[in-house]
Design a protein around this ligand. Structure first.
Ligand SMILES: CCCCCCCC/C=C/C=C/CC(=O)SCCNC(=O)CCNC(=O)[C@H](O)C(C)(C)COP(=O)(O)OP(=O)(O)OC[C@H]1O[C@@H](n2cnc3c(N)ncnc32)[C@H](O)[C@@H]1OP(=O)(O)O
Length: 299
């Protein structure tokens, strides 16, 4: 396994410093005789079935798979590796943390840091989304836990969503409950998925849906018993992979390009908006109060 500190070049000529210890791994992994490979990085686990052309990324950033800068850096590298390796036509996104798909953006990255940090963080969030949303692979989200805000966005950016039938696993864009506003491109993805009226309702109230409600509103495509999430994701994937890649990829691009371009053409302005919004005293206060409430919940 190669442990390195280096630089990753992102769009717009910007760079994101890779933290020491990030896996850049040459196929570090055990390679079984049956075509199965397993890449190991600290926060992102990649399992793959070379014969089927399917990889599975398991988020492994306990306790809640928050999207910290370190997690995002590893995740982007893994995505790029899979995207560039033509062996893989399908990718399943799921979690290695019991009961949590992802708690969304890491609130600690948005609190008490300097402006340059907020800008670096937001660029990584944008990059992650663009890579997911525009992936040539078929993406299936096997949602095996709670999925608020940024966690929900990751699921919404997939091509198909399977959610475990557990009332504790709520999913939605709850930003207003934190006193913050979902960025326009989060909103666009939600509108594309559930329609304008339902999205307006859900966004203003910061609704987190239980599985049956999420299915009803169209936020997920299937709700299945918890122990069937992975097998269902796999059989959905097989169905999607039966479609010729070029036709499916062009269709996906036709459906998604305008939404992605909307961000791409104003990435820098979007970063500046985020930085000035999140650094306001009132927003810092709201985020701190929210984090404190999360901590106190236990006691
Ligand atoms: C004018 C227009 C300008 C527009 C500009 C845009 C501006 C802003 C954009 C921001 C967009 C943000 C999107 C987001 O993703 S914000 C994050 C939203 N996430 C949440 O609300 C989830 C919060 N967490 C939970 O609800 C729960 O933790 C849950 C995921 C359901 C898991 O519950 P449970 O298993 O009971 O675990 P705990 O709550 O006890 O949490 C364990 C520890 O983890 C910490 N934690 C939880 N979530 C986060 C998080 N998102 N970031 C950082 N840390 C988190 C929690 O505090 C506990 O910590 P500790 O053990 O130290 O007490």
């Amino acid at each position: 396994m190669a442990l390195v500190a280096g630089r990753k070049t992102f769009a717009a000529g910007k760079t994101l410093l890779l933290r020491a210890g990030v896996w850049l791994g040459a196929e570090a992994a055990a390679r079984g005789g049956n075509g199965a490979r397993r890449f190991v990085s600290q926060r992102v686990l990649v399992e793959s079935d070379v014969t089927a052309g399917i990889a599975t990324i398991k988020f492994k950033n306990p306790p809640v798979n928050s999207l910290s800068l370190e997690f995002l850096t590893e995740f982007i590298i893994c995505l790029e590796k899979l995207e560039n390796d033509k062996t893989y036509r399908g990718l399943i996104l799921t979690s290695d943390c019991p009961g949590i798909f992802s708690a969304g953006l890491d609130l600690r990255e948005m609190c008490g840091k300097n402006l340059a940090h907020y800008a670096e963080y937001w660029r990584a969030i944008q990059e992650t989304w663009l890579k997911l949303y525009l992936s040539n692979m078929v993406l299936v989200a096997a949602i095996n836990g709670a999925s608020p805000a940024g966690g929900c966005l990751m699921a919404l950016s997939s091509d198909y969503r399977v959610l475990a039938d557990n009332p504790r696993y709520r999913i939605g864009l709850n930003e207003t409950l934190l006193g913050i506003v979902a960025p326009f491109w989060f909103k666009d993805v939600l509108v594309n998925t559930i329609g304008h009226r339902a999205a307006e309702h859900a966004l203003q109230l910061g609704l987190l849906f239980q599985p049956t409600e999420a299915l009803q509103v169209g936020m997920v495509d299937q709700v299945v018993p918890e122990d069937q999430v992975q097998s269902t994701a796999l059989s959905v994937m097989t169905e999607w992979l039966a479609i010729p890649d070029h036709a499916r990829q062009l269709t996906k691009s036709m459906m998604r390009k305008a939404t992605a371009d909307n961000l791409i053409k104003q990435r820098e302005a979007d970063i500046q908006n985020f930085v000035s919004f999140v650094s306001r005293d009132s927003i810092q206060k709201s985020l701190q109060v929210y984090l404190e409430k999360l901590k106190q919940k236990k006691h």
